[in-house]
Design a protein around this ligand. Structure first.
Ligand SMILES: [Ca+2]
Ligand SMILES: [Ca+2]
Ligand SMILES: [Ca+2]
Length: 180
């Protein structure tokens, strides 16, 4: 094969693959808000926000918490999903109606380690906090309303982008209560 033909073939391959990847990311971004939050959870009313880990399926080990970066990350659970600490519900705090809650995760496994944040738009974060192929049938969202005051986050962990986007690595319930 002539060099010029080879170069053109490679160029054509790039043209075919790069838009496909970009489109996949855009589909994941279908539930983003104007500030780049992946599937943002916005407080529907004033209230106390509680988290409750509900297990999950992953070989990785995840610390889940609140934050927008490694610098302000506050952990609430470690050892997810297979060895959670604590196991029961935890209080995050009081938030006003309209507040977007920022979640973060740190995952280790198979010699790797990585972070994902609901406010970040890198590939690990998009896989973790959105449903790129809409497998859950919620328009790309991972936030399932499960009751009057409860929601369930169908999260991938922060290393899942290396393997899959199966939206079941860490299941995290959110509950809002007017008192605590
Ligand atoms: Ca996902
Ligand atoms: Ca996964
Ligand atoms: Ca999984």
């Amino acid at each position: 094969m002539k060099k010029s033909v080879l170069a053109f073939t490679l160029f054509a391959l790039c043209l075919a693959v790069v838009p496909a990847m970009a489109q996949a990311i855009q589909v994941g971004g279908a539930c983003n808000d104007h500030w780049g939050n992946n599937c943002p959870f916005v407080m529907p009313s004033d209230g106390y926000l509680y988290l409750h880990q509900m297990g999950g399926e992953s070989a990785g080990t995840t610390t889940f918490g609140i934050g927008t970066s490694q610098d302000d990350f506050v952990p609430y659970y470690t050892g997810l999903p297979n060895d959670p600490h604590p196991t029961g519900e935890v209080l995050v705090g009081f938030f006003a109606a309209g507040t977007t809650i920022h979640f973060g995760m740190y995952t280790t496994g198979l010699g790797n380690a990585g972070w994902a944040f609901s406010v970040d738009n890198d590939v690990p974060s998009i896989v973790a906090f959105t449903d790129i192929r809409d497998l859950l049938g919620m328009g790309g969202s991972i936030i399932e309303r499960t009751g009057q005051d409860t929601w369930l986050l169908h999260l991938d962990d922060a290393l899942s982008y290396l393997y899959d986007d199966d939206n079941n690595d860490v299941l995290m319930q959110l509950r809002i209560a007017s008192t605590h």
